[in-house]
Design a protein around this ligand. Structure first.
Ligand SMILES: [Zn+2]
Length: 160
């Protein structure tokens, strides 16, 4: 059980049930930086995320609720300063909303389970989708893919 799960009883990588909670309730269980971006539509400073220049193999989850969002094999170097992906885990992973704030016509992406703000999607990404999901690293949780070594039968290898 991760630190996140201990503090946040709504966090689950496997429970797909939708969460309809008030911001007050979220504020009680989320770290300050996660709350600011996820629930107040904040934006982290570009180039500030540890996931921006990061190429481990695994899955990225919503840091608010644990919903699987992106796989590492859809991550790409966009050069925009935020972790970028070209395709979500599934259609239901993400909710799309027109965002005309600041005089720009953008599409906001929010978590399909808890509706937290994640970032925006643009149509200048690479094939096969041509999309660029530009995501705040603060609202991403990364879990490494199960390593082959862990499955290795230690009995056959008593020196280890
Ligand atoms: Zn979520």
């Amino acid at each position: 059980m991760s630190d996140m799960e201990k503090k946040n009883p709504f966090y689950s990588n496997t429970d797909p049930s939708k969460l309809e909670m008030s911001d007050e309730e979220w504020q009680k269980v989320l770290p300050k930086d996660v709350y600011h971006i996820a629930r107040q539509k904040g934006t982290e400073r570009p180039w500030s995320s540890k996931y921006e220049d990061f190429s481990e193999i695994g899955t990225y989850y919503c840091a608010v609720c644990g919903n699987p969002l992106f796989r590492s094999d859809t991550k790409f170097e966009s050069g925009c300063g935020w972790p970028s992906f070209y395709e979500p885990v599934s259609k239901g992973s993400i909710i799309y909303t027109p965002d005309n704030a600041l005089g720009m016509h953008r599409t906001e992406v929010t978590c399909g389970r808890c509706k937290s703000h994640l970032g925006h999607v643009f149509d200048d990404g690479p094939p096969p989708t041509g999309l660029r999901y530009c995501i705040n690293g603060v609202v991403l949780d990364f879990e490494k893919a199960q390593q082959a070594e862990k499955k290795y039968d230690q009995k056959e290898n008593p020196n280890q």
